[in-house]
Write a protein of this length. Structure first.
Ligand code: PLP
Length: 560
């Protein structure tokens, strides 16, 4: 009896013990998996989407007085006065030279929220007020020609903005392609739903270029990415998308989980780029549907788009190592393949810019899907997703109601398809093939030339490049690097609203055009230096600058 009783008591106790052990083991496994995931995040704020959103909500606004604007780095009075004089001269030049363009921009901005946003984020916000009052060059243009654009005041400027990367072949080529496409589509006109015959040719050409079986047309790069991720989730029956820290894939919520998106992206993991810990996570987790790669990150892994509004010091760094990035992609592809994860190359930006066959050809690694956009539209808006047949299928033969839906009113618009066809046909001309001959050597040589001239001029500026995509870095700690964009504009060089963070050149720049850009760039940097902005206290480091800004922030928070 006793024995029986003991057995009766012991059994549930043993079961409970075993259960508790199993629960503890499962919890430990889960805990380990979470820890592994945490470790695979980049240690920067950009690597922690939720935290970065929380921190963004805590930072108060503060603005420098006219006095402080010129002394934010503790410069002595004579240097501050030098800066003031330079600023006044630049302000007078802007007010005279860009008068009409700035006036229309100011008027339109009242009803155009995009202009208000870009206008507000050209420089670190503490400096923004005085800059906006004095250095507006405006955002309107009247014409383009060769590698130049002309504003409403008739100023002809070298275009270093590249229309967000769309402008690969030069403005005149896109004008021709749009006209050709429109002529081709004219008879059908804007009929949607059924296709213009040119669509079939586009499909054949894009299949050949991408090496994929099928494709879908969309209206923007953002939508092409949305569809890629949706299909990956549908076919893998997994929930999560992995993006790399700093990478841009459009403005859809799931691929923009941090600052800029008011709601958390609960099904997105933002992991460190080029990291062993990331590979471990990919090799072990079973809920990852796909990994998105924007190969532009090879220029600045784990950092976001290098905008001058974040240029609070000189810690912005960049540098492209093709072999290292290719090796990383190779290992990433192997890991994804071994674990049933769909690898998506987002070539919306770099597609056709690095090589005819995009980053797959350039880095020698084949993804499962690839997205294109920007330049592929021949100057008109577009997004394209190419993929293997089994991933592109939107329904299941054995479960007819379980579909993966995608539409878009303007997909395959005849005029867009016509311009795209003109672009794709141009690639197959002698002129198109010539675009890629010695491409990297040419642009690496131009970057080296620029750096040699900058070094010879003794200015603390250097460039890094991924082929024709460039970014500017600053070689000594300073709070005023963002001023360079205004000196560059005064020399007739047009940048986008992110300033010196990203320069994009069209491939029709001749050596002579480029020599002119270099000369103007160096002249601008020397003028900025002569006006005292790069006065440097040898004791100051980037870390100390950031500490100083943090102190200002606390003071602003306490209302002082
Ligand atoms: C890599 C990448 N993916 C997606 C997008 C979004 O494309 P779109 O602006 O056409 O929506 C961009 C835009 O810059 C991009 O660079």
């Amino acid at each position: 009896m006793e024995a029986n009783l003991t057995a009766v008591v012991a059994q549930p106790a043993a079961l409970w013990g075993a259960g508790a052990l199993a629960v503890a083991a499962a919890a430990a496994t889960k805990g380990r998996a979470r820890l592994m995931l945490s470790r695979a995040k980049h240690r920067s704020l950009a690597g922690h989407a939720r935290m970065s959103r929380r921190v963004a909500g805590l930072i108060p606004a503060w603005s420098y007085s006219d006095q402080r604007f010129f002394r934010a780095d503790g410069a002595p009075d004579d240097v501050a006065r030098q800066r003031e004089a330079g600023f006044a001269r630049l302000s007078a030049l802007y007010k005279q030279r860009f008068a009409r363009t700035a006036a229309m921009t100011k008027e339109a901005a009242q009803g155009l929220s995009d202009l208000q946003f870009t206008g507000a984020y050209r420089v670190p916000f503490q400096f923004s007020r005085l800059v906006r009052e004095n250095l507006s060059a405006g955002s309107f243009l009247q014409s383009s020609d060769g590698v130049t654009i002309t504003d409403l005041d008739g100023n002809r400027l070298y275009d270093c903005a590249g229309s967000y990367g769309v402008n690969l072949m030069g403005f005149d080529a896109y004008k021709r392609m749009i006209a050709e496409g429109a002529a081709q589509a004219a008879e059908l006109g804007p009929v949607l739903g059924a296709y213009h015959p040119v669509v079939a040719d586009n499909v054949a050409r894009l299949k050949a270029i991408s090496g994929m079986d099928e494709l879908s047309f969309h209206m923007s790069g953002t939508e092409a990415v949305m569809q890629a991720v949706r299909l990956a989730r549908y076919h893998t029956k997994r929930s999560h998308v992995v993006r790399f820290c700093g990478a841009y894939h459009g403005w859809w919520g799931d691929v923009q989980p941090g600052v800029g998106n008011p709601t958390p992206a609960d099904y997105t993991y933002t992991l460190a780029d080029m990291s062993e810990k990331t590979l471990k996570v990919l090799a072990t987790r079973k809920n990852i549907a796909c990994v998105l790669v924007n190969p532009l990150q090879a220029l600045h892994p784990n950092s976001g788009a290098p905008s001058d509004s974040a240029l609070v010091d000189s810690s912005r760094k960049a540098g492209f190592d093709k072999a290292a990035y290719a090796e990383w992609l190779k290992r990433l592809a192997e890991t994804c393949r071994a674990n049933g994860i769909v690898l998506i190359f987002d070539d919306v930006f770099v597609g056709f810019r690095l090589a005819r066959g995009g980053s797959a050809e350039y880095f020698g690694v084949q993804p499962d899907m690839v997205t294109y956009g920007k330049t592929l539209g021949g100057g008109l808006p577009v997004g394209v997703l190419c993929g293997r047949a089994e991933l592109m299928k939107r329904y299941r033969d054995d479960k007819p109601v379980d579909i993966c839906f995608a539409r878009g009113t303007f997909n395959s618009h005849p005029y867009v398809m016509g311009a795209m066809n003109a672009f794709l046909r141009t690639l197959d001309t002698d002129e198109g093939r010539a675009l890629y001959e010695g491409l990297d050597e040419r642009w690496n040589g131009r970057a080296a030339l620029m750096n040699a001239k900058l070094a010879a001029a003794g200015v603390p500026v250097a460039v890094s490049n991924l082929s024709s995509i460039w970014t500017v870095s600053y070689t000594q700690p300073s709070r005023y690097n963002w001023m360079l964009q205004y000196y560059l504009r005064a020399e007739g060089l047009a940048l986008s609203w992110v300033g010196t963070g990203r320069l994009i050149f069209s491939l029709n720049y001749t050596d002579a055009d480029f020599a002119e850009v270099v000369e103007r760039f160096v002249r601008a940097a020397k003028a900025m230096q002569a006006d005292g902005w790069w006065w440097h206290n040898p004791g100051i480091t980037n870390k100390l600058i950031r500490r100083g800004i943090l102190k200002e922030m606390w003071a602003a928070k306490r209302g002082r």
